[in-house]
Design a protein around this ligand. Structure first.
Ligand SMILES: C[S@@+](CC[C@H](N)C(=O)[O-])C[C@H]1O[C@@H](n2cnc3c(N)ncnc32)[C@H](O)[C@@H]1O
Length: 241
């Protein structure tokens, strides 16, 4: 599959600079907010959302991602158009389903979602509709601890997107962010669920900033993210390589 270069994709995704706050070198990500909000609104009103909520409620909604966050995750995935994604805490697959739906809607037939789940008991990916699950090579369920997969070098060394949704302890979240940030390519997305649980996500993002000593203003050259934000319980940061 031929992939478009990151910058040209940004331009055709970008309706207008509605939020320009400062002039900075490098590509502009201001249009990201509008694009993600548009995709999220589209999926919230869709039959797919209604069907996923029906499945989730039939299975038991304990521990799975809520509708607002699923819509944001869908929007971020459509906006990025990733080829390689890793998610920690795949569980029964609510988040996985929305990532796979975004890949399908963008016609990214060669994209792969590596979904890691520790529990041997849960029916991993059970909520994912068959038509999304059966795309050859698209959904890659991996059973075990994310720590062990990393130790064994069993995950791609370069990824476009990482979603954290495993153990939400401060220590583990920070550890996953630190493990996967270096694996993200320039323009890649770090996404975390449940950022409200502790200070791991804001602390991680704070470390990606550099400021001018004299003015105190953000130094865009040395800052290692392009944009970041929080929507509902989802946090995201766009890596500057
Ligand atoms: C909040 S649930 C994930 C929900 C899922 N993303 C969804 O939307 O359906 C968290 C899952 O992370 C798994 N988990 C916890 N620690 C883990 C680890 N170190 N490696 C892999 N999975 C882990 C748990 O077994 C649990 O099923």
């Amino acid at each position: 599959m031929k992939r478009m270069p990151a910058i040209s994709r940004l331009w055709w995704r970008r309706p207008e600079d509605t939020n320009r706050a400062e002039l900075s070198p490098g590509p502009s990500y201001h249009g990201t907010w509008d694009a993600v909000a548009r995709f999220a609104a589209e999926i919230r009103a869709s039959n797919f959302m209604a069907e996923m909520i029906r499945r989730r409620d039939g299975y038991g909604s304990e521990g799975v991602m809520g509708a607002l966050d699923c819509a944001t995750l869908y929007g971020l995935t459509r906006w990025l158009r990733p080829a390689a994604i890793v998610e920690s805490g795949g569980y029964i697959g609510m988040s996985s389903a929305f990532i796979l739906k975004a890949l399908a809607d963008e016609k990214l037939t060669a994209a792969k979602l590596y979904s890691i789940e520790l529990s041997q008991e849960c029916d991993q990916g059970a909520l994912i509709p068959d038509e999304l699950r059966s795309v050859p090579g698209g959904f890659v369920p991996m059973r075990g601890k994310i720590e062990d997969f990393l130790k064994r070098n069993a995950l791609p060394s370069s990824v476009d997107m990482f979603l954290h949704d495993s153990s939400h302890s401060y220590r583990h979240m920070l550890w996953e962010f630190r493990q996967f940030w270096p694996r993200l390519r320039d323009g890649g997305l770090l996404v975390s669920h449940d950022v409200q649980m502790n200070a791991a996500f804001p602390e991680f993002v704070a470390k990606t900033y550099a400021h001018d000593k004299n003015t105190g203003r953000r130094d865009a050259q040395r800052t290692s993210h392009y944009e970041w934000g929080r929507w509902g319980y989802i946090g995201f940061a766009i890596k500057k390589g």
